[in-house]
Write a protein that binds this ligand. Structure first.
Ligand code: PEP
Ligand code: MN
Length: 348
């Protein structure tokens, strides 16, 4: 259930609605948009329907949302969510570029990849210290040492970072080293982990599960937001289909669908989608053409020697021209690149 407050609603009116809901054992999530405040109610909808909410001054409408996800639904929050990360804002109005190595392997490799990302024009650097590998014998990441290197990548490039967290027990540690915590495809339905990152007040990137439907994915995001963390970035990374020639099948329709169903920003990972270097650029273009709010791309100073996902990693010669090209394409689509000066100017 969602309560839409009229444009003249005061803080007192909003507090009245929240108090009525909380007294009835429900939770109320207040979301203040540019024109309207919306209050999302979580709990027993039948019980809420009996409450005297309509009688509170300036309540414009009470809408029942018959969906399995509510807080992440567009109805709850008509204005698209904008997420500030360091100097940039991830939003539906711009294209945000993320690049970096799949795994942090050594300090030298990681720093070199971070500088490649910076030189190519990326806004955010990626790099994983903890790897979820299908085989237990594959490289599992440098763990805490990897996080220290990640911090160095971020400090030396001046770019914020994103990295994966695999376990509930590691959330606090990882959160101390990065700007955005990533939940990987294999953990999309690790509900305890979703709840744990939901307790943070730090952006979370939620990748789509290997075979997850869009509705299951949105319900996973709902777990995070239900704990109070509204800063969620959805990342389409391809789904498992019958086609073995690509690592996964990029679901381009997911981007416009999610834009309609949810208020969250949606980015695309063309590297894990195709799994092949030659497919990264065409899939990145496709993602921008369907309106993706950002791209996350694997790069490596020497892909042939990579300990993880070398076949899909771009080199220094490839990433620069690709980012320039997608920036041009995005401009044609009415989406300029995210501007690092925007937040700096706003913060004086
Ligand atoms: C990754 O981005 O490195 C990764 C492991 O991706 P996914 O979780 O989408 O498989
Ligand atoms: Mn990878």
């Amino acid at each position: 259930m969602v309560v839409v407050m009229g444009p003249k609603a005061t803080e007192q009116d909003i507090a009245k609605v929240v108090a009525i809901v909380e007294q009835a054992g429900g939770d109320a999530f207040v979301s203040r948009g540019k024109h309207r405040t919306i209050i999302g109610l979580v709990g027993d909808s039948d019980r809420f329907a009996e409450l005297p909410i309509q009688g509170v001054p300036n309540v414009e409408n009470v809408v029942r949302i018959g969906k399995s996800y509510k807080l992440v639904a567009r109805e709850t929050h008509p204005d698209p969510t904008e997420i500030k990360v360091g100097a940039i804002t991830i939003s539906r109005n711009t294209l945000t570029l993320i690049a970096g190595p799949c795994a942090i392997e050594t300090e030298e490799q990681a720093m070199s990849a971070a500088m490649m990302a910076k030189t190519a024009g990326a806004h955010i650097v990626r790099g994983d210290a903890y790897k979820h590998r299908t085989s237990p014998y594959a490289f599992q990441g440098l763990k805490k040492r990897g996080l220290e290197i990640l911090k160095q990548m971020s400090v030396e490039t001046g770019l914020p970072s994103v990295t994966e967290v695999l376990n509930v027990a590691d959330v606090e540690l990882v959160a101390g080293y990065t700007d955005i915590l990533r939940i990987g495809a294999r953990n999309m339905q690790n509900f305890e982990l979703l709840r744990e990152v939901g307790k943070l007040r730090q952006p979370v990137m939620l990748k789509r599960g290997l075979s997850a439907t869009i509705e299951e994915w949105l319900q996973a995001a709902e777990y995070i937001m239900n704990e109070g963390n509204a800063e969620i970035i959805l990342c389409e990374r391809g789904i498992r289909t019958f086609e073995p020639m690509t690592r996964n099948t990029l679901d381009v329709a997911a981007v416009p669908l999610l834009h309609k169903l949810s208020h969250l920003p949606v980015i695309v990972d063309p590297s894990h989608s195709g799994g092949k270097r030659d497919l990264v650029a065409p899939l990145a273009r496709a993602a921008v053409a369907v309106g993706a709010d950002g791209l996350m791309i694997d790069i490596h100073p020497n892909p042939a020697a990579a300990l993880c996902d070398g076949p899909q990693a771009l080199t220094a010669d490839e990433i620069g021209p690709l980012l320039t090209e997608v920036a041009t394409l995005a401009r044609v689509m009415g989406k300029p690149l995210a501007d690092p000066k925007q937040n700096l100017a706003a913060s004086g």
